[in-house]
Design a protein around this ligand. Structure first.
Ligand code: PEP
Length: 249
């Protein structure tokens, strides 16, 4: 049985003090839940404070990006060992904003996934099609390519540590979510790809939906057996709404 997993991607929002305030409220409301895995992913400068505030709760902490190298002359970048040392558990890799705005390639995503696993960070790998790709009937082709590229060379025993977040780009931050049927259809395809890459692991890998998930629509997504949770952007920026997504999951 896969445990539902709800993660919040704060993107470039919240100062370190605001981040502490948010998680303090969040832990009051939902910090002890054990039936759902929960994580928040603040900006790097807020990670330490958030780790401290959430220390005795069941809410885990993730980062939004990392470099694949161990250390070195990469000004402005964060190494996986730095995140692991802070007690970070999850790492979002290949979010569409990183792919589109910062030109992250599928090869970069793959390097980051393999590096994260070496440091015991659990990757949340984002994949998803653009509106043009969906309209051209290329959703499954796009997502298949992204998943295979991201997991190339990943050992079968490591694949279960990975979460895939299926996030159609046209649904991110737009208020227009995919329908539960659209999401489940693509997620079912992703599960088949996992079965091809690592037979048997398809029943263990968690696959989230992401794209305008709110407290009022999470239930619909969770009613689909293949959807294991959500990666939540906008609705994770307030304790009440993020807790509402968790509550209704
Ligand atoms: C995201 O940023 O991963 C996301 C899904 O954002 P939103 O929930 O705001 O669409």
């Amino acid at each position: 049985m896969r445990k539902p997993f709800i993660a919040g991607n704060w993107k470039m929002n919240k100062t370190p003090s605001e981040a502490r305030e948010l998680v303090n409220k969040l832990k009051e409301i939902t910090g002890n839940r054990t039936d759902v895995d929960m994580a928040v992913c603040p900006n790097d400068v807020s990670l330490q404070g958030v780790v401290e505030e959430l220390a005795s709760t069941n809410i885990k902490v993730g980062a939004q990006n990392m470099h694949w190298k161990e250390s070195g002359a990469y000004t402005g970048e964060t190494a996986p060992g730095m995140l692991a040392d802070l007690g970070i558990e999850y790492i979002i890799i290949g979010h569409s904003e990183r792919r589109q705005i910062f030109n992250e390639t599928d090869q970069d995503v793959n390097r980051k996934v393999k590096s994260a696993l070496q440091y015991d960070l659990k990757p949340i790998i984002c994949v998803g099609e653009s509106l043009a790709e969906r309209e051209a009937g290329k959703t499954k082709e796009t997502v298949t390519f992204q998943v295979k590229a991201a997991l190339a060379g990943v050992r079968s025993e490591d694949i279960e540590k990975v979460t895939i977040a299926y996030e159609p780009i046209w649904a991110i931050g737009t208020g227009e979510s995919a329908s539960a049927e659209q999401a489940a259809d693509t997620i079912n395809k992703i599960r088949k790809i996992i079965a091809e890459l690592a037979p048997g692991k398809e029943s263990e890998v968690r696959i989230q939906y992401g794209g305008s998930v709110k407290p009022h629509n999470i239930e619909e997504f969770m009613s689909k057996p293949d959807i294991d949770g959500a990666l939540v952007g906008g609705a994770s920026l307030e304790a009440e709404s993020f807790a509402g997504v968790i509550e209704n999951a």
